[in-house]
Design a protein around this ligand. Sequence first.
Ligand SMILES: [Zn+2]
Length: 465
Amino acid sequence: MFAIAALFAPLSAMCGGEGEAVRPKYVFLFIGDGMSVPQRMTANEFSIATGGSGLRMNSMEVVAMARSRSANYLVTDSAAAATAIACGEKTNNGSVGVDKSGGKLVSCAELAKMNGRKVGIITTVTITHATPAGFYAHRKTRGDVPNIARDLADSGFDLFAGGGIPLKGDKAKEAYDYISQKGYRIVKTADEFDSLRPGCGKVMARFSDDALANSIDAAEAEGQPTIGQMLKKAIELLDGEKGFFIMCEGGRIDWSCHGNDAATNLRDILALDDAVGVALDFERSHPGETLVVATGDHETGGMTMGFAGTGRDIHVERLGLQTMSVPSFNGAVARLFAERKGELAFEDVVPLMEKAFGVKFSGDPKKDPMRLSAQEEKDIRKAFDEDIAKYRKKVAETTDYKAPLKYGLGNALRTVVSHKAGIDWTSGSHTALPVMTTATGAGAKTLSGFYENSELGRRLRAFYE
Ligand SMILES: [Zn+2]
């Protein structure tokens, strides 16, 4: 009997040679976009240094590493990586849910749905972004948002939650109308979402027209739930006889790595980790039938712990002094420029800089490590001078010029803060570092090893084949 069963069960879904395919009733797949070993370990140290006990995602006992290359580049993008993790096939950068010739693939989420599982897709960025799209869409180009939105509606998945669809005007209306026609109830606020009860039917919860706010800027993001709150509700709505598959993405982790904004990055990883905690608590109350997996799609930023300026010391706790993300800070600076019509001095921005990044422009450097050195202050002043010159030049050219969010001052400050914390970066883009996966629960052992990212997708699919 054993031999016959073994012939028909996919090898990767066998557990410990017992001969029975593992079919976890509940699967939680967490993806930190741009989250590889450096991000997971820096966030781990940050948690410990600020009174926590490390990341729960790092406490899971099964570990795997995956090579993240895509079909056409050693450095993958999120679309190809999501396709590999979701569908078990490498594709070209930019493609979602199709192979490199454009042929349609089937994702583990779609297989879960065919197996009668409820399916939920959660993200902190736009719901049509590359990572979530890899689980339900089939398009050669990740930028084909109108058709990705149609695929979302056609998927029949039970729950989508996160940011909205980044389309404007008639195109946005058309997309949402189509989703409604397909039977989705569209909710926009955390309160509305919270009032939903099991049996309410298919739901699309979009808490913004665009991505959700960074966790560090949460106070500005009224009406937006945290990723952990979204997951709690998803569990309540999707739990049932047949179980569920939930993919939960910390999408903005990648964006702050592109921006080399360490403090913002760590806060978003901790937020994702809170959601992992929700899943681990669920696993504890549903043992033997629940699988929890936490992975990343690629590394972003070439982040590293260790910087020559701090020697052997790492001071990640200093990142806890930063109170807003770089984009949010630059927005505040842009508003100041506009309010004062460019008539302001460096000293006028000092209080904002001190509050936002925890740096000090006065005091004794021997007593306060956040006191800026002469060189650091010089770099920051230079960035301010350039920004204000840019603003004044534009205002001189056109009377209705609105200050853009993108200024260099925030970048000058985040570089100083990263270095004071002992963190450094080699890139504003993705890198080819491998990604780490951890897992626990039913079927977790089948995921261990050192393999291609597409192998993780194959092993996830095997739970439903
Ligand atoms: Zn990515």
